[in-house]
Structure formats: structure tokens, C-alpha cells
Design a protein around this ligand. Sequence first.
Ligand SMILES: [Mg+2]
Length: 196
Amino acid sequence: MFCFLDMDGVIADFVGGCCRAHNRPSPYIDSKSFGIFELEALFGISASEFWQPCEGEAFWDDLDKMPDADEIVSLATITFGVQNVAILTAPSMSPYCVPGKRRWIRRHFPQFSDQMIFTGAKRFLAGPDRVLIDDRSRNIADFRQAGGIAITVPRLWNDFHLFAGCVTGVLSTALAHMTAERLTERTQAHSTSNVT
Ligand SMILES: [Mg+2]
């Protein structure tokens, strides 16, 4: 199986970087913002105003790691094997985004230096043996609809915000459940193929 691990909001602190770039506090200190993904809406500004201070390579390269990033990466690599995990991340419109993200991944998670995929069209990578770990509800829905397996990382900005305080517990349970389902399917397929 292949596992695709999202970057922004999963292992990189995109929200924190945006708040720093805009010199604003996190909108998620207010529970009324929970479950709302679009930061520009929460900031009350246009998309172009939102992206303007986030355009340079340094913006992407300077993002902090999410506090639970190492645990999330460990869970993915233990479950799938490091050779089967890739970072799958959507670039912004800025030409400096991909170079900045590439530098960030090489510095923080060098095991993925040759396993980075840059596209916002994540559903094209979906399939029965493909698992997406992502924080955006729309990506999860699109990936599932295209035939893939998708696991939501609970964050304050998505539908699973109530579980944002126990990300690794939710993720490890979802991965264990998925692995058990796969084993059951294989066992059933094996016993069916042995019936003469
Ligand atoms: Mg994300």
C-alpha cells in the first residue's frame, strides 16, 4: 500500500505561519471559528490580500513543525514502511512555494527527500491500495469518491475539531482499523480462492 501524507496543517504549521505573516492571533482561540478551514474568511480579507505576505520561499521554509508531526510521521512509516510513504502537498500559486516546501521537507524529514508530490489534485492518486492522511474535509471526500482510503487528521479547522486534542490516538486507531480490514479482506480472498 502507498500512503500520502499531507503537509500543511498535518506536519507543517501553516495556520501559525499565516498568523505570523499577517501579525494576527490565531482565529482558533475563539471556538466560533472551529470547523472553518478558510483563513481569509476568518481574517475578513480577500484571497489576494491573504496570500500577499505568504508568497516568498521563506514563508514556506520557515513554517514550524506541528507539535505532533513526528508522531504522525512515525505512525505512517511504522504502518506502511518508509519506502511507501510520500508527502503529498498542494502548492500555492507562488513560484517560490515548491522550492520552499522542498527545503522544509529536506530539513525536517529527510527520509522523504525523494518522495514528495506537489499537486492540489490529490484525488488522481486515489485507488484501493492508496491511503491519504489529510486535514481538509474536501480532499478526504474527493479521495474517497475516487476510490481511495482517506483518514482525517482532527484539527480545529475541520469537521473533527472535537478530537483535535487527541490526534495520535485517533490516527493510530484509524490506521489499526484499516489494517485489520485489509487483513480480513485478504483472509477471505485467500479462503475463497482455496475453495474448489
Ligand atoms: Mg492540509
